[in-house]
Design a protein around this ligand. Structure first.
Ligand SMILES: [Zn+2]
Length: 141
């Protein structure tokens, strides 16, 4: 089951993304420090037992297994080249208002599509489960 504990929040601002990192294995002097992770669009998506999971606030790409020499922007670009934030390739302070609005719209759209997909998948599973229960009832009666 996918963890959803902090995915309801949209981490639009770098400051909020930085604050989301409750645990992180790398210190501030490392290539993938919390500040650099947040700058490249990542917020913390880990758990108590798996602390090195981060996800992009725009495209939702989740990455784990970080190493201290990993560059957050490069990793983001490598694993999600289609991400609008990656396409701009600049921290939020270097974006124009128009670009920031574009990012905001993309974020909302991704969220909407993901929610829709989850609803659809869960709906199908539920229908399938009910169908099996009914078949079982029909067979036993
Ligand atoms: Zn992204």
């Amino acid at each position: 089951m996918e963890s959803t504990h902090n995915s309801a929040k949209i981490y639009l601002l770098q400051e909020d993304r930085e604050k989301s990192f409750k645990h992180w294995p790398f210190s501030d002097d490392k290539q993938c420090s919390i500040q650099k992770m947040a700058e490249a669009g990542f917020y913390w998506h880990g758990t108590e037992t798996e602390i090195d999971i981060a996800a992009c606030f725009v495209c939702g790409k989740e990455l784990d297994g970080w190493e201290e020499s990993d560059d957050p922007w490069s990793e983001h670009r490598k694993h999600a080249p289609q991400c609008p934030f990656v396409k701009f390739g600049r921290p939020e302070t270097h974006l124009t208002c128009d670009e920031f609005v574009t990012i905001m719209m993309a974020t909302v759209k991704t969220r909407y599509v993901n929610n829709y997909t989850t609803l659809k998948t869960n709906g199908k599973l539920l229908i399938e489960k009910k169908r099996k229960e009914m078949e079982k009832l029909l067979r036993t009666n």
